[in-house]
Write a protein that binds this ligand. Structure first.
Ligand SMILES: O=C(O)CCC(=O)C(=O)O
Ligand SMILES: [Fe+2]
Length: 270
């Protein structure tokens, strides 16, 4: 498949960055991201490409790393006994997901071709307000297929490393699997522990937005200061999500400790 057969170019005219259509599209999406902390691009990927990516994911799924853990919203498995029991650091939540690393599915999978295509990278840079972005060069991290079977979920968390996260819904579940977010739960300067606790305990339902995720929709969100989670999945269809990591500099590879936790890789001795 060529990238032009993967991206819905009628709806997303991303080929010519000097065209008015490009500026209108990217400008609108950038303002939306700044206002809401997330932006959704429905029907970003064409149906045949989406079906092919789902088939690649389901074929590789038996080899996925099953991440099943209790952790707090900062992604730590240990609490802090010096703090009260209801401090956000001590509120432990269950998460269960199945992770396919970049090197576990084919190089011609549509999600990889889309990720490495300059028109997509340039569009994303424009939306997140960067001059340019670079591909991540880790063997595991650049593109993942994150799968949720019945009962799987992700718990409330802040993304730790990246300023923004990009996901592509490849196959939705029959029910559950909703992406929920509490925009601006904390800021760079204020951990806002009291408010974070109330969101974690379900005391602020009016502040939580549920982001519609139809199959084919690309989502860009700022997950580092906005708590988010995926509600428990139910039904026979595996929820399949592409997750993409772009970088501000070339040559970035991941931390082996992170790869051990997220992908179940051995940490090299010494
Ligand atoms: O599966 C999703 O919709 C969200 C995944 C997520 O939280 C992330 O990639 O940071
Ligand atoms: Fe996240």
């Amino acid at each position: 498949m060529r990238p032009e057969e993967i991206v819905n170019l009628d709806a997303y005219p991303i080929m010519d960055p000097d065209s008015p259509a490009w500026s209108d599209l990217v400008g609108r999406l950038r303002r939306e991201l700044d206002e809401r902390q997330y932006v959704s691009l429905p029907d970003f990927i064409l149906p045949a490409a989406r079906e092919r990516a789902v088939a690649d994911a389901l074929a590789a799924l038996p080899r996925a790393h099953h991440n099943s853990s209790r952790r707090n919203c900062y992604l730590h498995r240990q609490g802090d006994p010096s703090l009260p029991d209801d401090h956000p650091r001590n509120i432990m939540l269950e998460a269960s997901t199945r992770m396919l690393a970049y090197d576990q599915f084919p190089d011609d999978c549509p999600v990889k071709l889309l990720y490495h295509w300059e028109p997509v990278r340039r569009m994303v840079a424009g939306i997140v307000g960067r001059d340019r972005l670079f591909d991540n060069e880790d063997p595991c991290q650049p593109v993942n297929l994150l799968c949720y079977e019945t009962g799987d979920r992700s718990a409330w968390h802040f993304d730790s490393v990246n300023a923004f996260t990009m996901t592509l819904m490849l196959q939705a579940s029959e029910s559950g699997g909703d992406f929920e977010m509490a925009p601006n739960t904390r800021t760079d300067d204020d951990e806002n522990h009291d408010y974070v606790r109330r969101v974690l305990l379900g005391e602020c339902p009016e502040d939580v937005v549920s982001v519609a995720r139809e199959a084919g929709a690309l989502c860009i969100f700022r997950g580092c200061n906005s708590l988010h989670r995926v509600s428990p999945v139910a039904g026979p269809s595996t929820r399949v999500m592409g997750v993409f990591v772009y970088e501000d500099e070339p040559g970035i590879v991941g931390d082996p400790e992170v790869n051990a936790t997220v992908y179940g890789r051995e940490v090299a001795p010494g």
